[in-house]
Design a protein around this ligand. Structure first.
Ligand SMILES: *Cc1c(COP(=O)(O)O)cnc(C)c1O
Length: 221
């Protein structure tokens, strides 16, 4: 079996034990992968890929423009890179991590006459090393973005699981994010993006419907 097949099988098992009605999207995080490695995974059937740097997205999307890849942006976004990201038209930006970034993004989208589907990033374990909004403020910020910055079309939440060897701590960070997602469904939230190579089955058990997998999909030297 290929790495992709192994991952899909594990996702499927976790999905069914969570709910047979759940539909889970897999985004292949290609930030450490070459263009050839992306092409190989595409040939195996993968269509959604994620990058965390605007410049890498530009280079890879250009090299692979003949393929109908759905590009996701998952990284910390500097304000001075917003216009470059808009030009790339990613299908989903997972990493709106402050009201201030949302405001700047909205303004540039308006100027360009465009919209962008996006997720609000939650700092679910309140780690200083990570971006995202505090879980206690997330609902209010989500509503403020929806009301004031509508060019950014929020459709859910994203988190990076707690950086911990203690499974219970990681689980709590996913549960915190999923509870916010549930509260936001009434205003159209439909994507709960959480789970990476080391913790995606746990994330699915906590209600994730989009997982972002990098190292388990790509070989490294
Ligand atoms: C790198 C990265 C991933 C994938 O990480 P792996 O552990 O390699 O699966 C997922 N999400 C974000 C935001 C990342 O930066």
């Amino acid at each position: 079996m290929t790495r992709l097949e192994v991952a899909i099988e594990r996702i499927e098992k976790a999905r069914i034990s969570y709910s047979r009605h759940q539909i889970i999207q897999l985004v292949a995080v290609s930030k450490y992968a070459s263009v050839d490695q992306i092409r190989t995974l595409y040939a195996e059937g993968q269509r959604a890929f994620g990058e965390n740097k605007v410049q890498d997205l530009e280079l890879k999307a250009e090299a692979l423009e003949a393929l109908p890849i759905a590009w996701h942006f998952i990284g910390t976004l500097q304000k001075n890179k917003i216009n470059k990201l808009i030009a790339q038209r990613p299908v989903l930006v997972h990493s709106i991590d402050s009201l201030e970034l949302a405001g700047a993004y909205h303004e540039r989208l308006e100027r360009a006459g465009k919209t962008q589907r996006a997720l609000l990033q939650i700092n679910s374990a309140r780690e200083a090393s990570k971006g995202g909004v505090d879980p206690d403020e997330a609902i209010a910020i989500y509503h403020q973005i929806r009301e004031n910055y509508p060019a950014l079309q929020l459709e859910g939440v994203m988190t990076i699981g707690a950086h911990s060897d203690d499974r219970a701590v990681v689980q709590k960070s996913f549960e915190t994010t999923h509870a916010l997602f549930e509260q936001l469904k009434s205003v159209g939230a439909k994507t709960c993006s959480m789970g990476m190579s080391g913790d995606y089955e746990l994330a699915i058990a906590c209600g994730a419907n989009l997982v972002r997998l990098g190292s388990v999909l790509f070989d490294h030297d």
